[in-house]
Design a protein around this ligand. Structure first.
Ligand code: ATP
Ligand code: MG
Length: 419
């Protein structure tokens, strides 16, 4: 068999060299080894070493104490950070969440043993080659996610791993190995003990993956029942819902608001209910506000209807917000299987671009009058101003020829009446 070679970036090699020359062991480890062996671009390069954090810090000029308690120091080199973590064995997990203690060790195999899956438990050094004590290579070739050691024990230590198994299956298009799979099923109810933030990270990586259809595995294994019962409810009431959601997710870019919008849009009986459910779910998962708000807006507008008439397009740009309009079109395109409808949406998008490029009026800031003009015309400052401006914008969206200061002020009485 050919010797396995991994192309380690220069700055990471420099970190390995410095540690090795100082007499310590050092390897790249985990996700970067897995992804390199699969021919995928690694997200980041992690180093594992026999050196203690104090010793690591002595060897490099610029370091950050990222997780010093857990043995992690970030070394800044070549404009990037490389996480360097001391070989460690995790202590017992009395809460099924985090190790009660971590113990540093001199032994690489001990460090690899604490890792979740065989494909994540390989280490590599350009001279020493690949260290693969649990047949991670074999599992990469078989396309399976398998626990290191006894799966029941491993899921008992940290229940998040059950969701991570699904996440890696979805990212890599792997299946979960049979014994690991059965242990996932048994351990799934323990996900209740895991923090919302950790669950969200894995959930988001699953739906934002190349194979979001694997997310349904999480339901079959009893995982979504714990953190996303809305999904189980949808699938129970409509046997085609899971397939539809997966199909639609695949058609939008792998970005959380888009993927979450098409997934959650089917949760409620109507758009309003689905939007409220998205709000509750994303708050529960401690999502950031931008993601939550964008997801909600995409769902809320997902049933918006319009023709190709410019005034309809202006109205849609105004109602949806031009910032999310292209993404809204992407969601609506994914939600239909009708090729004519899909073609229609791409024409809508083209038309919207033209409307924007021509500087047509669909925003308050495009209006020929502002609050100050209204006050000058005798309107008392206060909430009425906003209402009148909205009514004016509404009229101008319908008929752009009205967007003239003299005309709008002249018609002020009618707009006051409308507001
Ligand atoms: P990504 O490309 O998404 O960053 P990754 O494999 O690097 O994938 P991380 O979550 O960054 O995944 O974790 C880095 C490594 O740490 C993993 O490859 C694995 O070896 C180990 N690891 C992470 N989380 C756990 C866990 N909960 N239990 C055991 N080992 C874990
Ligand atoms: Mg990583």
């Amino acid at each position: 068999m050919d010797e396995i070679r991994i192309n380690v970036p220069e700055n990471v090699c420099a970190v390995l060299d410095r540690l090795t020359q100082a007499g310590y062991e050092a390897f790249v480890v985990g996700g970067c080894v897995r992804d390199s062996l699969l021919g995928r671009q690694p997200n980041d390069w992690d180093v594992t070493t026999s050196a203690r954090p104090r010793q690591v810090k002595k060897l490099f000029r610029r370091t950050v104490d990222t997780g010093i308690k857990h043995g992690t120091v970030t070394v800044l080199t070549g404009g990037a950070g490389v996480e360097v973590t001391t070989y460690r064995i995790d202590g017992s997990y009395s809460d099924g969440r985090h190790p009660d203690s971590v113990t540093f060790t001199e032994n690489l195999i001990g460090d690899l043993e604490r890792r979740d899956f065989t494909i994540n438990a390989m280490a590599y050094h350009p001279q020493a080659g690949l260290v693969d004590a649990f047949d991670g290579i074999g599992d990469l070739r078989r396309h399976v996610v398998r626990c290191v050691g006894d799966p029941d024990r491993r899921f008992g230590e940290d229940a998040l791993r059950i969701l991570r198994a699904v996440r890696f299956a979805a990212q890599l298009n792997f299946s979960i190995e049979e014994e690991t799979r059965e242990a996932v099923r048994r351990a799934a109810p323990n996900l209740h003990s895991v923090s919302a933030e950790r669950i969200r990270t894995e959930f988001v990586k699953t739906i934002d993956s190349d194979h979001p259809e694997c997310f349904d595995e999480a339901r079959k294994l009893g995982i979504t029942a714990c953190f996303l019962p809305e999904y189980d409810a949808m699938c129970a009431s409509d046997p085609e819902a899971a397939g539809r959601a997966a199909h639609q997710m695949r058609q939008v870019r792998p970005e959380t608001p888009l993927r979450a919008a098409v997934l959650f849009a089917g949760f409620g009986r109507d758009v309003q209910e689905s939007t409220q459910m998205a709000d509750r779910i994303l708050r529960r998962l401690k999502s950031d506000n931008d993601t939550r708000e964008k997801t909600m807006r995409l769902i809320a507008c997902s049933q918006m209807a319009y023709t190709l008439e410019e005034k309809d397009i202006r109205r849609a740009l105004h109602d949806a917000g031009e910032d999310i309009f292209p993404d809204l079109i992407a969601v609506q395109t994914a939600q239909t299987d009708d090729p004519d409808r899909k073609a229609f949406y791409s024409r809508v998008l083209e038309k919207a671009r033209a409307v924007q490029a021509e500087g047509q009026c669909f925003r308050l800031s495009d209006l020929a009058v502002g609050g100050r003009d209204l006050i000058a015309a005798g309107v008392r400052p206060g909430p009425e101003i906003g209402k009148i401006l909205d009514a004016m914008l509404d009229a101008v969206i319908e008929d752009p020829s009205l967007n003239n200061k003299d005309i709008l002020i002249e018609q002020l009485p009618q707009f006051r009446h409308l507001s």
